[in-house]
Ligand binder design. Structure first.
Ligand SMILES: [Zn+2]
Length: 173
């Protein structure tokens, strides 16, 4: 998450990055404000935590008690910035593609209802018989891979990149 945050520093020459000035958390509500909210997905940010609460959102939206922003998850979706990839392939997959896509969407919305951070960015075909699902977190790609495996068996593999936040999950049957 840290790496995605906009970094601000004084920019004074000769000063080491991260040393000069303090990095202001753009999501932190200002003094007198109760929370920040995302105008795109209606998530709220309070006490360093993102969550959904429609009643609280309705109460705070448009008031000076809240800072209106676009949350990191929506920014990742807008920018197509994935931390997880799930590749689905195989003859069985292609015969049951619609059904499996529905299962993935259902699982993603179940997870996403509780967690602001986990969301599918997009599903795009790769070549003739592979579908790649991009997710905002490595965790969601793993969960989706496990959900397909639980329902349909097949082969499930995980490959972590050099940086441990990026995962590629492969499922085939
Ligand atoms: Zn959002």
């Amino acid at each position: 998450m840290e790496k995605y945050k906009d970094q601000k520093w004084s920019g004074q020459k000769g000063k080491k990055f991260g040393h000069a000035g303090r990095v202001e958390d753009p999501y932190l509500p200002a003094e007198g404000q109760e929370a920040s909210l995302c105008t795109q997905c209606h998530a709220l940010y309070q006490e360093k935590r993102w969550f959904y609460d429609q009643k609280l959102y309705d109460r705070l939206a448009g008031t000076d008690k809240v800072r209106e922003i676009v949350c990191p998850t929506c920014r990742k979706v807008n920018d197509g910035y994935a931390e997880g990839y799930l590749s689905l392939s195989g003859e069985f997959f292609n015969q049951h593609r619609d059904e499996i896509v529905k299962l993935l969407e259902k699982e993603a919305s179940r997870v996403g209802a509780r967690s602001v951070l986990d969301r599918i960015i997009r599903m795009a075909p790769e070549g003739a018989d592979t579908l790649v699902v991009q997710t905002t977190t490595d965790k969601l790609a793993q969960r989706l891979g496990r959900a397909v495996y639980r329902a349909y068996k097949g082969d499930l593999k995980f490959h972590w990149g050099e940086m441990d936040y990026l995962v590629r999950v492969y499922w085939s049957r």
